[in-house]
Ligand binder design. Structure first.
Ligand code: AMP
Length: 629
């Protein structure tokens, strides 16, 4: 059986890992890196994923998509503000969902995330030498139902079998607790690129029991970057009366420079941000430059309110776990943003303990996901590990007066199932609409509607008589299924889901197909480019041989030169048949030439390139994708 892998599908970076010899290990990507930027770029009908996409972002801002996790499974009205800050076009989609418009095409965030997953799994399959299908994907603990469902669908669109969607802090705790003995209560403080999670767990004898979880899905490293962007743009505007945020390319460069400055300030007390030629004066067309020094103190001042926002979720998690700060034995930091010194300070201040830094904040989540994948696949090296997780938010239905009637309250252990009986409010009501909600506020309208179900065909009865049995069923992924049945009449009624932001079955199937076609087209395109590049490098080698063997007979040199010229012509033509013919001829001529000159060349075998093979993965990548114009 092929091994299942664990994937941390991060806002900014993603990591993939697998169980090897009883321990989880990160799998490096095709570029040799342990983390892959969660960035997808579209150039014509080509897709670039990871570092290569990130590198060309400033030149292709409208079609380089990053931090798409902020939009996955969201309603448009939840993300409108963030969407407006984005250099690419985010807009309202069907049923109040979110779509990203790229080159005139509307993409669901799930499709974009699927591209990241597809690359990670393809690279890992190549590294492990086996085709990977089964995955565990992590999500922020505070993700609601539609965000979880959308993440699972992203996996499906990537052609994967998603064994489980697990919470990032719980995964981090698995990685941390794997080698710990004895009982302890830990608090996982996870501040990543786009989300903040805090989870309290009890560990002991192989049991990982989540006691409570809380967080803020609108708080992460990108918000810290945005403060620097706004400060830089504000300073620039004061000086030049020009808002850089209105210029897409300038904005993309500002975002990158701001993130870099923030990261610098985690180790330095001040940093200089220098962006020459950031824009042109609209009137005189003279270039304008930006140069500013940012101190750590100023950065902390700009982000003070963001730092304060972590307090409340920590307190809520402690309260829900019925603990005070002194009941926490260890604080585990996860997520790149916990490297910010002020973040560490505030954690220490709230809990009164120096955070434990034994786990790598960038990798712990993926490592834990691999452990979970191992548990599901029955990896015997893991022994008996039991994971007990909870649902982060209360789920319920809307009842008369626009109130929410909770069915499953937050921090209930999952999987969970609950049935309640409801009835009608009016005489002879033929049907009811069940609005399924998630959130902690008492009024339905202040919470998130996960979907509406219509139960129709109720026979005429006075108000209060029908017995409508509503069942909420949360699976181990934290994903909710709802069913309803009218009991008095004994009649089964049909249920329809309306107005959900997640994709319907037909959409997913279509996207799976599209993604497969795209992957096949990408492969073809890549193979074509490889063939062209191989021929070109063979041509260069042939010319080198002629030069090195100046004393060879003229007609032999001429023949080889003619084959090289033919190759040059074929490379220019980009015609498959012509390239294949020229490759064959040049290989033959080169072989003949080299054999004839063997005596003069000690060990002069043709190199790998002469056989038409690329020398290394890196060569393929660099040759495959040209820098953007
Ligand atoms: P993650 O989602 O865990 O990959 O976290 C990514 C976030 O961590 C991004 O916002 C990064 O800018 C941020 N980050 C990474 N390294 C550092 C650092 N040394 N100091 C501050 N923030 C960092």
């Amino acid at each position: 059986m092929a091994k299942a892998v664990g994937i941390d599908l991060g806002t900014t970076n993603s990591v993939i890992s697998v169980m090897e010899g009883g321990r989880p290990e990160v799998i490096v990507n095709a570029e040799g890196a342990r983390t892959t930027p969660s960035v997808v770029a579209y150039k014509g009908d080509e897709r670039l994923v990871g570092q290569i996409a990130r590198r060309q972002a400033a030149l292709n801002p409208g079609a380089t998509l990053f931090e798409v996790k902020r939009f996955i499974g969201r309603r448009w009205d939840e993300v409108r503000e963030e969407a407006n800050r984005s250099p690419f076009k985010v807009k309202e989609g069907p049923g109040g969902s979110v779509r990203i418009e790229v080159n005139g095409q509307d993409l669901a965030p799930e499709q974009v995330s699927a591209e990241v997953l597809r690359k990670m799994v393809a690279d890992a399959s190549a590294k492990l030498g086996t085709s990977i299908k089964d995955v565990v994907i992590t999500v922020p603990a505070y993700f609601d139902n539609s965000q979880r469902e959308a993440t699972r669908q992203a996996g499906e669109i990537a052609g994967l079998n998603v064994l489980r969607v697990i919470n990032e802090p719980t995964a981090a705790a698995l990685a941390y607790g794997l080698e710990r003995k004895g009982n302890e209560t830990i608090l996982v403080f996870d501040l990543g690129g786009g989300t903040f999670d805090v989870t309290i767990l009890e560990l002991g004898d192989g049991v990982f029991e989540v006691k409570s979880t809380s967080g803020d899905t609108h708080l992460g490293g990108a918000d810290f970057d945005q403060r620097v962007v706004d400060w830089l743009a504000g300073e620039f505007q004061k000086e030049h009366n020009f808002d850089l945020r209105k210029d897409k390319q300038a904005l993309q460069r500002l975002i990158e420079a701001s993130e870099k400055a923030k990261i610098d300030l985690s180790s330095a007390s001040e940093t200089t941000i220098s962006l020459p030629f950031i824009t042109f004066d609209p009137e005189t067309r003279t270039p304008m430059h930006l140069e500013r020094t940012l101190t750590r103190a100023k950065f902390e001042e700009l982000t003070a309110d963001l730092l304060r926002r972590v307090r409340e979720p920590v307190q809520r998690a402690l309260d829900d776990a019925k603990l005070t700060a002194s009941g926490i034995d260890e604080v585990i930091l996860v997520g790149g943003s916990t490297r910010i010194p002020a973040v560490k300070r505030i954690v220490q201040d709230i809990i009164g303990k120096t955070p434990n830094e034994s786990v790598n904040p960038d990798e712990a989540v993926a490592l834990g996901a691999a452990v979970q994948a191992g548990i599901i696949q029955g990896d015997s090296s893991l022994g008996d590990i039991v994971l007990v997780d909870v649902t982060p938010l209360t789920m319920g239905v809307e009842v008369k007066g626009g109130m929410i009637a909770p069915m499953i309250t937050r921090n209930t252990t999952v999987p969970a199932k609950k049935t309640e009986i409801y009835t009608t409010a009016e005489n002879n009501q033929p049907g009811v609409e069940i609005n399924v909600l998630q959130g902690e506020r008492p009024m339905a309208s202040d919470n998130k509607s996960l979907g509406r179900f219509k139960l129709e065909g109720i026979p005429p009865m006075p108000a209060g008589r029908p017995q409508i049995e509503v069942t909420f069923d949360i699976d181990a992924n934290g994903i909710l299924n709802v069913s309803a049945r009218e009991k008095t009449s004994g009649k089964e009624a049909s249920i329809r889901i309306e107005n959900t932001t997640t994709l319907d079955r037909g959409d997913v199937d279509r996207m799976v197909q599209e993604a497969e076609q795209n992957a096949a087209a990408d492969k073809q395109r890549r193979e074509k480019v490889e063939k062209r590049n191989n021929l070109d490098s063979l041509r260069v080698q042939a010319l080198g041989q002629i030069e090195e063997n100046a004393s060879a007979p003229q007609d032999a040199k001429d023949k080889l030169k003619a084959a090289a010229d033919e190759a040059e012509e074929a490379v220019r033509s980009d015609d498959d048949a012509q390239i294949a013919g020229a490759q064959k001829r040049l290989e033959e001529e080169l072989r003949t030439f080299m054999t004839a000159n063997q005596a003069g060349q000690e060990g002069g075998q043709p190199q790998a390139g002469a056989q038409g093979q690329p020398k290394a993965d890196d060569d393929v990548i660099d040759a495959d994708f040209k820098p953007a114009e």
